[in-house]
Design a binder for this molecule. Structure first.
Ligand SMILES: *Cc1c(COP(=O)(O)O)cnc(C)c1O
Length: 225
């Protein structure tokens, strides 16, 4: 299958839902991204700062770049001028750094809190308690240049569909809980639920995802992660 067929399929699958498509272009060269751009795709996801920045430099400026991978504090400055949404905020210290660099660039940067929902130890993310503690902190209240717009999560890499569904349901429930707990707070506007990848997006959409992050099912198999 080519990029055009794959993108059309995803556009069809999401057209009657509230779900947006982030095309995960990590490891693919700018030419492949341009093919998708020519077909109308504007939201792209990357997991490495240097790779995303190199692509941002050479590709059309109307692309919305989504940082979906683990982000180190010392690299925030490279993406702060242009990043559209950071999906992977997993500490107050990281959020503080994003706020500092957003201020320098005279921007407000939208962020999602990454929640640990998978069984695997290796996946990054916050617990429910940690997420509440960030949002309730006095320090967060002083950060004028970041806005929390939702949650992101990655389900366990398993063929057990019910396990994946259970993890997405947990994330959806937390999303609703945080949304109602912080309604009326100008720095917290919970609208986005980023969940679902090539292997599990169908379940994610059924469970209320507003953003699926699709790589290999659009661009083809990657040689490395
Ligand atoms: C690579 C990646 C994806 C996309 O994975 P595919 O299986 O290729 O769709 C989604 N989310 C994150 C955080 C990723 O790192």
């Amino acid at each position: 299958m080519d990029i055009k067929t794959n993108l059309n399929n995803f556009n069809k699958k999401t057209e009657n839902t509230h779900c947006k498509l982030v095309a995960v272009s990590k490891t693919y060269p700018p030419e492949e991204i341009l093919k998708a751009w020519n077909l109308g795709q504007r939201m792209f996801g990357e997991n490495k700062v240097q790779e995303m920045t190199e692509k941002w430099e050479v590709l059309p400026k109307d692309i919305q770049w989504h940082m979906i991978g683990h982000l180190q504090r010392n690299k925030v400055k490279y993406i702060a001028p242009y990043v559209h949404l950071i999906h992977s905020v997993d500490s107050l210290r990281l959020l503080k750094e994003i706020n500092k660099e957003a201020f320098r660039n005279e921007r407000i940067i939208d962020c999602l809190l990454q929640i640990h929902i998978a069984a695997e130890e290796t996946k990054f993310g916050l617990s429910e308690e940690e997420a509440f503690s960030i949002l309730n902190s006095d320090e967060f209240q002083t950060m004028g240049n970041v806005r929390i717009t939702g949650l992101m999560g990655m389900a366990t890499n398993t063929t057990n569909q019910e396990k994946i569904r259970g993890e997405f349901q947990f994330l959806r429930a937390l999303f609703e809980k945080i949304k109602s707990a912080f309604s009326g707070n100008s720095r917290i506007n919970i609208t986005e639920l980023s969940m679902g990848m090539s292997s599990d997006y169908e379940i994610a959409i059924e469970e209320g995802s507003t953003m699926i992050r699709i790589g290999s099912a659009i661009f083809g198999k990657r040689d490395y992660a």
